[in-house]
Write a protein that binds this ligand. Structure first.
Ligand code: SF4
Ligand code: FES
Length: 226
């Protein structure tokens, strides 16, 4: 059995031991150092979509800004999870996301932390920040593909596939709990109301939300049919 190569790097002035193949985000989390994330989930392949986990990396005196959930650890690199520039980048990213979901508790908390102005960008309250957690979780963990992306670029959005959602979603609901904005739940209920009212499978008591549980807030007045 091959031994895992140990790599020592510095994160926020602290010597951190990691193993080859880990990302900077994983090394930081293992050392108890918090880096904000919106599209990361420990059970999923890294996605690199939200860019909120951006950190400053110094290699032989050269500074660079990298997405820590994708960037691999390397010997002797110096990582700073907060700096003036890192905070500025996160502030703008949060402001952009708040144009879509201004009241999402997770974004509100990040806005407080980074001094973001929720009204800086023109409002486009789609409620979805296209983090892809619901789509990837349903695909990679549940292997059901009940929800997917449609369209591309700025028009990209998520959509439930009624034939699959009718059978699978109500007894699962795991993507409702990991969605940072509650839109996954609203989108499912809308799909149900339009495509298969009153025909969902599995009772509500079957729900076992996974850890970590994000707070689900009601964002759309859609009546669930029974
Ligand atoms: S519905 Fe929620 S989990 Fe799915 S992509 Fe949108 S914000 Fe992310
Ligand atoms: S958590 Fe790294 S890009 Fe979203």
């Amino acid at each position: 059995m091959s031994e895992l190569t140990e790599i020592v790097l510095q994160i926020d002035g602290q010597e951190v031991k990691a193993t080859a193949g880990m990302t900077v985000l994983q090394a930081a989390q293992q050392a108890g150092i918090t880096i904000p994330t919106l599209c990361h989930h420990e059970k999923l392949e890294a996605f690199g979509g939200c860019r909120l986990c951006m950190v400053e990396v110094e290699v032989r005196g050269w500074k660079n800004y990298v997405v820590s959930c994708l960037y691999p650890v390397a010997k002797d690199i110096i990582v700073r999870t907060r700096s003036e520039k890192v905070d500025k980048i996160r502030k703008v990213l949060v402001e952009e996301l708040m144009a879509h979901a201004p009241d999402a508790p997770e974004l509100v908390k990040l806005a407080e932390e980074y001094g973001a102005d929720r009204d800086r960008f023109e409002r486009d309250a789609s409620f979805c920040i296209v983090c892809g957690l619901c789509v990837r979780y349903c695909n990679e963990v549940k292997q059901k593909n009940a929800v997917g992306f449609i369209d591309n670029g700025a028009r990209r959005e998520i959509s439930f596939i009624p034939e699959v959602a009718k059978e699978e979603c109500w007894g699962c609901q795991e993507c409702f709990a990991i969605c940072p904005t509650s839109y996954a739940q609203a989108a499912y209920l809308l799909t149900e109301a339009l495509a298969f009212p009153g025909q969902r499978k599995a009772p509500i008591h079957a729900i076992k939300p996974p850890e970590p549980v994000r707070r689900v807030i009601p964002i759309m007045p859609i009546a669930a049919t029974t």
